[in-house]
Design a protein around this ligand. Structure first.
Ligand code: DQA
Length: 148
């Protein structure tokens, strides 16, 4: 089982970016925790981070036939990107959307996600644990799907 993990814009700055909102852990810390969990769950992860919408669309398109699922924190593109949503719909790979912060208790503009309607589900508000919960949820979903 291979999972593509996608981090959107500004998540490369984790550690120094608005620590009161996002904490002080880095993207490398998240990758290390995800890699450890992936080994426990007997799956492989590949991780990409991009500040560019087009690069994220390209990564999603290239995932077809290579990965069985996508774990994505689209960051600010969550609230703006029809292109990322359409790419996810096009490849039709089961996708879990995650956010570090609880987007529903922040500014109004963060409450709407273009991605949520094409995702299996969304996990929001648990800091780095959102990614770990998201990976567990995605693997459970894929294993259930493979049984039926
Ligand atoms: C975020 C929430 C988004 O609203 C924001 O633009 C981000 C990070 C989160 O993980 O909490 O960049 O996706």
């Amino acid at each position: 089982m291979k999972i593509l993990v996608i981090h959107g814009p500004n998540l490369n700055l984790l550690g120094t970016r608005e620590p009161e909102v996002y904490g002080t852990f880095t993207l490398d810390n998240i990758t290390a925790a995800l890699t450890q969990l992936a080994a426990e769950l007997a799956c492989d992860i590949s991780v990409v981070q991009s500040n560019s919408e087009g690069t994220i669309v390209d990564s999603i398109q290239a995932a077809r036939g290579v990965f069985q699922g996508i774990l994505i924190n689209p960051a600010a593109y969550t609230h703006t990107s029809v292109a990322i949503r359409d790419a996810l719909s096009a490849v039709a790979l089961p996708t879990v959307e995650v956010h570090l912060s609880n987007i529903h208790k922040r500014e109004e503009f963060r409450r709407h996600s273009y991605i949520a309607p094409v995702a299996v589900g969304q996990i929001s508000g648990f800091g780095p644990d959102s990614y770990l919960l998201g990976l567990r949820a995605l693997i459970c979903f894929l294993r259930q799907q493979n049984k039926s």
